[in-house]
Write a protein that binds this ligand. Structure first.
Ligand code: G6Q
Length: 552
């Protein structure tokens, strides 16, 4: 059963109860009215930071809401937790690990200690190794077995080892080097690797096997298939593999066992969580196509957001405000979802990326000490790029019975200044936030239809269908341009938003035990699919499905 939001996380009474009562008052108000009676609402509820402008004035909030939410952040000791994370304390308590994706982009290079050791020299060593490697590939000095330069990079990795670099490489398409392509294979469905291999040549392809553990079934299956394909297409000479396969991993032994030289391995560390790893050598496919300078700009943007998160007052702190708004909708307004709507085609993978970042981090049902939570935690994250969504699920957002708070993300400048496209895109983005907020009253609908000459009976029939209740909340994030720097800053903003929520909810955002059970059972069923005897060890449904498949 879903949780109600009646009980509060530890130490958060009475602010929690006050917010519950306050939410009842807010539910009586309409955003239209709030805007009409407060000409300064946009100025008060918007935040500028560098090339970002966050307008959060179209949310179901007042000054009092924010004040109460900020009390919640103080009550949960958010300041202390931010410090603990950045200083390398083992805040991932169920895995006994520090959480230091922030060290990977620590441009200030101040020491970051884990178990008494500064991790920064190692971070910088791997960055330098990546740089040297990228330069060799990009300048054509690294040759394939037949002496030709590399033209195609295939990254084989899943989840955090695939989605992050895939999203970033897609977003930074305008920065790719001419003549160098990158492909991403993650799904164990043979279609993924087959379709990729069909378009490339063994002579000029570099495979990156990206896996923190180097044991993930999907990745290792794809990696073995890729190696077999490579050998078949390159004269079956195992010595040639070293020119075409490199690894990104924490597991040197398994990398060596696969046949990749230690020199061709890029290391990262157990204090980098999979879904937070694109800043590490997991970002290698990105660095290869956009160049190391641009990759460093991505890191610098994330570092800028880290500094902002650590130093800005909570009332002017982008991730804090977004996180508190997330808690507001989840626990006090009672909403179970949040839409990510980038109005930028190159950010088309961002909804899926944030779905993993948020749902794998905050999809938890027990607190840090293992007691059941008595309140709701992470919402369902979903979305698609605009304007496509407008011709599909926006119907439900405007007129359905489910509230769907949304983040609209729009760059002011485009990399593709094609005739009027960008102006139309911008107009649609802003118009949607206005339409969701304002809606259209029945009186307005009647007036409009009468003015168009419709007869009264028809107006009576159609008016309810054409009425929009409005009062639908959204954030709008305007970004000057989608540069590597701003992309890094954007991703880091969401990482920290997720962290803020996890602190209020008193959950560990950095483990993911929920993905284990299915993996274990898949291992069992894999064997049963191979076995000659019928499968009987499960429930009726599972046995039935396995046996049906075996017959096929
Ligand atoms: C992310 C998760 C998960 C992980 C993949 C791949 O936080 O832990 O998505 O990244 O399961 O794991 P490997 O990198 O170990 O192959």
């Amino acid at each position: 059963m879903p949780h109600t939001s009646q009980s509060s996380p530890q130490n958060l009474e009475p602010a929690w109860q006050t917010l519950l009562a306050h939410a009842q008052q807010i539910k009586q108000q309409h955003l239209r009215h709030l805007f009409a009676t407060d000409p300064k609402r946009f100025e008060r509820f918007s935040l500028a930071s560098g090339e970002f402008l966050l307008d959060y004035s179209k949310n179901l909030i007042t000054d009092q809401t924010l004040e109460l939410l900020l009390q919640l952040a103080d009550g949960a000791d958010l300041k202390g937790w931010i410090k603990r994370m950045f200083q390398g304390e083992k805040i991932n308590n169920t895995e006994g690990r520090a959480v230091l994706h922030t060290a990977l982009r620590n441009q200030s290079n101040t020491p970051v200690m884990v178990d008494g050791e500064d991790v920064m020299p190692e971070v910088n060593r791997v960055l330098a190794q990546m740089e040297a490697f990228c330069n060799r590939i990009r300048q054509g000095q690294w040759k394939g077995y037949s002496g030709k330069p590399i033209t195609d990079i295939v990254n084989i990795g899943i989840g955090g080892s695939g989605l992050g670099p895939h999203m970033v490489a897609t977003a930074l398409r305008p920065y790719w080097k001419d003549g160098l392509n990158v492909h991403f294979v993650s799904n164990v469905d043979g279609a993924d690797i087959n379709e990729t291999l069909a378009g490339i040549s063994a002579e000029t392809t570099l495979f990156i096997i990206a896996s923190k553990t180097f044991t993930t079934r999907e990745t290792m299956t794809n990696a073995h298939t890729a190696r077999q394909w490579f050998l078949q297409h390159s004269g079956n000479d195992h010595k040639r593999v070293r020119h075409h396969f490199v690894a990104v991993s924490t597991n040197a032994t398994a990398v060596r066992a696969f046949g990749i030289d230690h020199d061709n391995m890029f290391e990262f560390w157990d204090w980098v969580g999979g879904r937070y790893s694109l800043w590490s050598a997991i970002g290698l496919p990105v660095a290869l196509v956009v160049g190391m300078d641009n990759f460093r700009n991505l890191l610098a943007g994330a570092h800028e957001m880290d500094q902002h998160f650590c130093n800005a007052e909570f009332s002017a702190n982008l991730p804090v405000i977004l996180g508190l708004l997330g808690v507001w909708y989840r626990n006090f307004i009672g909403v179970g979802n949040h839409a990510i709507l980038p109005y930028d085609h190159s950010l088309r993978l961002l909804p899926a990326y944030l779905q993993q970042a948020d749902m794998e981090s905050n999809g938890k049902r027990v607190t840090r000490d293992g007691s059941p939570v008595g309140y709701s935690t992470g919402p369902v994250i979903w979305g698609q790029p605009g304007t496509n969504g407008q011709h599909a699920f926006f119907q439900l957002m405007h007129q359905g019975t489910e509230l769907a708070p949304a983040d609209f993300i729009l760059p002011a400048h485009t990399h593709h200044p094609v005739s009027e496209h960008h102006k139309i895109l911008c107009a649609n983005c802003i118009a949607q936030t206005e339409a969701l907020m304002r809606g259209k009253t029945e009186a307005e609908v009647r007036e409009e239809l009468a003015a168009a000459g419709m007869d009264a009976a028809r107006i009576d029939r159609l008016a309810p269908h054409r009425t929009f209740p409005g009062n639908k909340p959204s954030n709008t994030l305007l970004i000057r341009k989608l540069t590597p720097h701003n992309l890094g800053k954007l991703i880091a903003m969401y990482e920290h938003k997720i962290f803020v929520e996890s602190i209020i909810w008193n959950i560990n955002a950095f483990d993911q035990w929920g993905v284990e059970l299915g993996k274990q059972l898949a291992g069992v069923i894999e064997k049963e699919l191979d076995s000659a005897s019928p499968c009987t060890g499960h429930d009726g449904s599972t046995n039935g499905l396995v046996n049906y498949l075996k017959k096929q």
